[in-house]
Design a protein around this ligand. Structure first.
Ligand SMILES: CC(C)(COP(=O)(O)OP(=O)(O)OC[C@H]1O[C@@H](n2cnc3c(N)ncnc32)[C@H](O)[C@@H]1OP(=O)(O)O)[C@@H](O)C(=O)NCCC(=O)NCCS
Length: 240
């Protein structure tokens, strides 16, 4: 075996924060994961794998995230992928989090709002509101939300890589229109960081990705102790 290709729901698990409340896979797009062993590169293997994917998929759009200046980026450019944005990947290590400080952030009053949590599995998840109203169960996902009078105002989600894996991936926070201008994003993220450790004590670090040009998201994560891990560039290929 010299190379592999696969299509996945657009990460994170199809969670699309441009459409708040939505947890189902983004329609009309799939994430392409293509890999050729180093000793076999530049021999057309990647191109043939891409051709095979194109022949077998009905997805109208393929998405990849690649490092700037990498072979992956050169490959995308060669095959007509279009650059559609840049993403920051950041890491929070629990060793660097002062638990008492985090606790104060979580316990701070946000008049009119209250925190709720849900744990379970996001596969085939209906939507954030439905999850919060439904029963929690053991699973790899933790959802933390701020509600006001039963209405969803903000939320963030984390998914643990595997049952005993040390890393969780965080998505969000998303703050819904009408609730912005209050630090709800920071609040739900702080509560999520605390909650993950309660539900999955083996988790040692949290990775979060987001658009590189979102100053609010960046400020929220910086405040909580996330540090830049890497930058990637997003490319998309529209299929006929
Ligand atoms: C990206 C990757 C799959 C390419 O596989 P590959 O078998 O080397 O690709 P091909 O031989 O079909 O390359 C096709 C064209 O892409 C471009 N390309 C690929 N690798 C390149 C490199 N290192 N530098 C410059 N151009 C490159 C070239 O135009 C190449 O054509 P050429 O060799 O005739 O010049 C491989 O480098 C890889 O597995 N990288 C790590 C995983 C990754 O980044 N995956 C995301 C890509 S979707």
């Amino acid at each position: 075996m010299v190379g592999t290709a696969g299509l996945w729901p657009v990460s994170p698990l199809g969670l699309d924060f441009r459409q708040p409340r939505r947890l189902a896979a983004e329609p009309g797009a799939a994430e392409l994961r293509l890999y050729v062993k180093p000793g076999w590169r530049r021999r057309g293997v990647g191109s043939r794998l891409l051709t095979a994917v194109r022949e077998h998929t009905t997805e109208p759009r393929l998405i990849v995230d690649v490092a700037s200046g990498s072979p992956g980026e050169a490959f995308c450019l060669r095959h007509g992928f279009r650059h559609t944005g840049s993403r920051r990947h950041e890491l929070l290590t629990y060793c660097d989090v002062h638990q008492a400080w985090l606790g104060e952030l979580v316990d701070a009053e946000h008049p009119g709002y209250r925190l709720t949590h849900w744990t379970g599995d996001l596969a085939d998840a209906p939507g954030v509101d439905e999850l919060l109203r439904g029963p929690g169960r053991p699973g790899n996902a933790v959802l933390t939300a701020a509600e006001t009078d039963g209405d969803l105002a903000a939320y963030a989600v984390a998914v643990v890589d595997a049952p005993a894996a040390p890393r969780a991936h965080q998505y969000g926070p998303a703050v819904l229109a009408g609730h912005r201008g209050r630090p709800l994003g920071r609040w739900v993220t702080a509560a999520l960081i605390q909650r993950i450790r309660e539900v999955h004590p083996h988790v040692a670090e949290i990775e979060a990705a987001g658009a590189d040009d979102d100053p609010h998201l960046l400020a929220t994560r910086r405040h909580l102790g996330f540090r830049l891990l890497r930058r990637t560039r997003r490319y998309e290929l529209a299929l006929p």
